[in-house]
Write a protein that binds this ligand. Structure first.
Ligand code: BGC
Length: 357
């Protein structure tokens, strides 16, 4: 029986304590006066994130499951996970680097999606540091793992600062490779599982987006959002134009598109998007150093899974704002580069900041 969003049953830590591939999984809780976030080192996933709504009621704004077992059974949605080595799609699972062709799994036929069969979201990360406000996780992806060149050392650090969760990535490689990392949290700012997100207000700091072909691979064009359903330069409801007869919305089954924030990585965290829950007044600000952000309106959620508190992940009950480099960059020389060379350090960061409207 579905519980009211008001009765948040605490997560049971022992439901997250198991061993996979000889590595221990666990649940870590970071908290301060404003935010409480639970993270598991299985896929470095955010499991829940509690903030107060405008009436002072604790609300869990990130979709997730109550146990590792449920993540294992329902892993295709990348709930709360760190996705990599390459977040988003690579056309036909193929790219070339320095004259060598690489072949990856086409796990989202006909394309490669979110790093392949296991990627970084279905592996156990090593815990480097765990405090009340900080969790640092490490994963070593072997040379050739999922078909990508180079052994990649990846660290993701989650840090709570006031009402913000900072997510910072660092990676180094021993061979030239491609890297694109993101956090794939599904938000519902009215409370996870509480209803469609179409009434949320959204603003995105982008005057262009990357239209795709029918398989969600960018055509290469950076098209203006002006005069299209992709114009979120002023705050507007996610649902306002989602049913418009527009080829791009047909291809994505709704919004599933990369917005162009900048022409390259930026040194400083810059405001990329603001979303507000219409029923709670909870406002999420996304700041990032990344040049792109994927708005995914939960089009493939189908109510197949029981999420926390006995609720369901129904169609468009959550949205993602995935900060990233553009999809298919390894095959698109005009896009900002995703190549990482040995001796260089990949560094990006993103902040989810929670305020009240
Ligand atoms: C993609 C969607 C995909 C989803 C996975 C998003 O990042 O853009 O097309 O279905 O991840 O659940």
């Amino acid at each position: 029986m579905a519980q009211a969003q008001g009765s948040l049953t605490p997560l049971e830590r022992n439901a997250f304590q198991t061993e996979l591939d000889y590595r221990k999984t666990d649940l870590f809780v970071l908290r301060n006066e404003q935010v409480e976030v639970a993270i598991t080192n299985y896929g470095a996933r955010i499991v829940s994130l509690l903030v107060n709504d405008r009436e002072g009621k604790k609300t869990d704004v990130i979709t997730g499951f109550s146990s590792i077992q449920e993540y294992l059974e329902a892993d295709e949605d990348y709930q709360g996970a760190i996705v990599g080595r390459y977040a988003n799609r690579i056309a036909k699972g193929r790219f070339s680097l320095d004259g060598t062709a690489y072949v990856l799994a086409t796990n989202n036929a006909p394309n490669h999606l979110h790093g392949g069969l296991k990627g970084f979201s279905n592996v156990v990360w090593e815990v480097l540091e765990s405090t009340d406000t900080k969790l640092s996780l490490f994963y070593l992806a072997a040379d050739g793992e999922e078909g990508y060149p180079g052994a990649l050392n990846v660290t993701v650090t989650y840090t709570l600062q006031d009402q913000s969760l900072l997510i910072s990535f660092e990676a180094t490689t021993d061979k030239a490779t491609v890297v694109n990392l993101t956090n794939h949290s599904y938000f519902n700012l009215n409370g996870q599982g509480s209803g469609p997100i179409l009434g949320h207000t959204l603003q995105v700091a982008a005057d262009r987006y990357t239209p795709t072909d029918s398989t969600s691979i960018p055509t290469g064009e950076l098209a203006p959002v002006a005069g299209t359903p992709f114009d979120f330069r002023e705050p507007k409801k996610i649902g306002a134009a989602i049913e418009t007869a527009h080829e791009q919305l047909t291809f994505g089954g709704g919004y599933d598109h990369n917005f162009v924030l900048a022409d390259s990585c930026r040194p400083d965290l810059t405001l990329a998007a603001v979303a507000t829950g219409d029923r709670t007044g909870i406002r999420l600000e996304v700041l990032t150093t990344e040049p792109g952000i994927q708005l995914y309106s939960g089009n493939f959620l189908k109510g197949k899974h029981t999420i926390k508190y006995g609720l369901k992940d129904e169609h468009r009950y959550a949205f993602c704002l995935e900060t990233q480099h553009f999809p298919d960059s390894p095959n698109q020389p005009a896009f900002p580069s995703t190549v990482l060379q040995p001796g260089d350090t990949y560094r990006t960061s993103t902040v989810f900041r929670f305020t009240l409207a």
